[in-house]
Design a protein around this ligand. Structure first.
Ligand code: GDP
Length: 394
């Protein structure tokens, strides 16, 4: 499916940059346009792939290009004030050619955390195309303010978008990795998973495609489509699992192999187990699959290893697992590849322990912040107060 990507804040910009690199490395292009928005000049300058003219600096009057720090209320304010600047960049996109907008942001910071929900509301008011969010949750070790920011942004963002796809940094960090190299690796993981899904929905526009190929409308129906004001179709998470197979291009070897190695049974069993692994393994946001409202199974890999029965069995298994009647399925053929994979998109998940924990910690952080502020005010008053024995100058 064709997307207009908008990266908000530092994490959002870097992830959109990575999406562009991925999009040009694969055969199917799903990025129609990419924009980066930030209140910090240096973050915009650090991007490699987003075209210069699509880099929008906001909040200059307030923060002079230095960013809003971790103040997401300020992030929301400057976005509201400079929404015309962002709209100016969007006006250059051929919106009639896109299937959806995708706003990408780290939810724990300031600019993206505060600005992404404001932009989502704005786009939903103006356009009929669905507006999706890709929100990145902070690691639990980042501290109270990031957790509080993320919980408040999540609560706001989820109501302004037609679906909020979530990636949890905490579930994907590895011990002993530096923050910088950690993010580079994590950003590739993000882009490979979500990129594969969006690319899958783009194949259907070719000439000779099998009818089992997944189409952008199936992704949109699974995520939820726009009704003009963001209809809170909830939260989505993605799983992916793959297995190496020998492709037909492995020539010599395959000529010795018997026909039965490509038989229906093997392909079907492989796909069914990949769908299970994908659903029950590490999701972008860990969640109980049984709580999903809707789902989509996409089988990827060399066409000779994909069969209709495999996807159908996988789809049926997910239907049983979720108890949902709205599980869709399809193929994304990748000729010449040597891996068969299953992407599972779970939409409308409600059993998400990480979100409960995030909210709990955020409520505590909010109470602590309020107490500290109140105490500081009292302490200051008693520092300055002289019991009426001293007159101020004016
Ligand atoms: P902003 O520029 O004010 O929007 O804030 P940032 O995007 O710098 O940071 C917000 C949050 O995003 C941080 O708390 C991190 O959890 C996360 N983050 C920052 N950079 C990256 C990145 O490159 N990749 C990922 N996955 N997360 C990031």
């Amino acid at each position: 499916m064709k997307l207009a990507l908008i990266g908000f804040g530092q994490a959002g910009g870097k992830i959109v940059d990575e999406f562009l690199a991925y999009d040009s490395a694969i055969d199917t292009s799903f990025v129609e346009a990419a924009i980066a928005v930030n209140s910090a000049t240096t973050d915009l300058q650090g991007l490699d792939h987003v075209p210069q003219k699509n880099r929008v600096l906001i909040g200059q009057a307030r923060v002079k290009g230095h960013g809003v720090g971790a103040d997401n209320e300020l992030g929301a304010e400057v976005t509201e004030a400079d929404i015309d600047e962002i709209q100016g960049a969007i006006d250059r996109i051929p919106v009639h050619e896109i299937d959806a907008f995708l706003i990408v942001a780290g939810m724990g910071g300031g600019t993206g955390s505060g600005g992404a929900p404001v932009l989502a509301r704005h786009l939903n008011r103006i356009y009929t195309e669905p507006v999706y969010g890709l929100g990145v949750l902070p690691g639990t070790d980042e501290g109270g303010i990031y957790t509080l920011n993320a919980a408040r942004s999540f609560k706001t963002f989820v109501h302004e978008v037609d679906n909020l796809l979530v990636f949890d940094n905490d579930a994907w960090r590895s011990a002993g990795e530096s923050v910088g190299s950690g993010y580079d690796r994590i950003n590739r993981e993000i882009v490979e998973r979500f990129g594969l899904l969006f690319a899958a929905g783009e194949v259907g526009h070719g000439d000779h495609v099998a009818e089992s190929v997944v189409d952008s409308s199936e992704i949109i129906n699974t995520l939820g489509n726009g009704n003009g004001n963001g209809n809170g179709n909830g939260v989505s998470t993605i799983g992916y699992a793959s297995e190496t197979v020998e492709s037909e291009s492995d020539g010599l070897l395959s000529s010795f192999r018997s026909e039965t190695e490509f038989d229906e049974g093997t392909a079907t069993n492989r796909m069914t187990s990949l769908v299970r692994k994908s659903t029950l393994g590490r999701l972008t946001l860990p969640a109980d699959a049984a709580s999903a409202d809707r789902g989509l199974v996409v089988a990827t890999g060399p066409p000779e290893h994909l069969n209709r029965k495999g996807v159908e069995r996988g789809r049926q298994w997910l239907e049983d697992e979720t108890g949902s009647m709205e599980i869709r399925g399809g193929d994304y053929p990748l000729p010449g590849e040597d891996e068969v994979g299953a992407i599972v998109l779970l939409s409308g998940v409600t059993d998400v322990p990480r979100i409960d924990q995030l909210q709990q910690v955020a409520i505590e952080a909010q109470e602590t912040t309020e107490n500290v502020r109140a105490r500081a005010q009292d302490d200051f008053a008693s520092l300055v107060d002289t019991g009426g024995e001293l007159d101020a100058l004016f």
